[in-house]
Design a protein around this ligand. Sequence first.
Ligand code: HEC
Ligand code: HEC
Length: 253
Amino acid sequence: MSGFGRRVVVVGAAALVLSVPRPGSAQIPDEFTNLKVPPEDIEQRDLLNVMRGFSIGLDVRCTYCHVGEEGQPLSTYDFASDEKPEKRKAREMMRMVNHINETVLTALPDRSEPNVSVTCATCHAGRPRPSSLEEEMMWAYEDGGVEALTRRYRELRERYYGLGTLNFGSAPLDNVAQMLGGPPRQDLEAALAVTDLNLEYHPDSGTTLTLRGQALAGLGRTDEAIRSLERALELNPRNRFAERLLQQLRGGG
Ligand code: HEC
Ligand code: HEC
């Protein structure tokens, strides 16, 4: 039946999470006056499941989108109001998700079975804004340099590690180190600090040790660069890049 009920909600497992308010039906009108995304005649229970899916997918409360006061009964909320921009953005997101599921994915050639559908959680994964770790790091850096970046990384890790929200493997910080060390920024000190941060959590990442060696070499700290590259080669004897750089550094003295 309802594309709304089925496809957008598919947050299914979401309903298991207990921290989201489970409004009693009595507290919420069962006639809806401002639904713009079909179907308009959705059952109250189905609509509330969709709404819980939103709350869980973005890890927010109803008041993130709706006019109402935390701690007050839901009967005092004005759910129909479009005052909050978050609600208006969420509505566009609903249209986007429906379009993806109903038009784009159904037209995939040789679509695999069983189907996978897109939900809010596919992108948001438990955050109101689905930024990548790389984006978060570069924003923090532009704001307050490598100290702000480091603080932000630890903060995000503390909050989200293990939840599948952000990638805390070694790759994102490797990318950030390359973005900082390369043009146009060429901030080798920052690139070095980022590789050190990464190695705290991933001491055996060959790529990180190689990038660290590269930053150290660029800073003229040749002995340390050599040690870092040697360690990278120990971990992966086929790391051609580390090998070549090492030769250059040894040759050049
Ligand atoms: C991420 C934003 C977001 C969150 C969080 C959210 N909603 Fe909504 N809600 C919407 C949008 C968007 C609509 C309008 C959908 C449409 O236009 O078809 C809506 C519509 C509603 C309506 C229908 C209002 C009417 O009369 O038209 C109710 C009731 C409602 N939400 C309840 C809730 C409850 C209860 C929660 C918390 C569990 C919640 N919502 C969480 C975005 C949100
Ligand atoms: C394909 C990925 C994707 C899906 C699926 C998706 N979103 Fe988003 N959403 C985004 C991106 C990207 C942004 C940030 C856009 C920006 O501000 O640059 C965003 C922003 C938002 C915002 C505004 C946040 C803010 O602080 O400005 C809301 C609210 C939101 N999404 C709700 C939803 C809801 C509800 C769903 C499910 C119906 C959903 N999104 C599904 C990618 C997605």
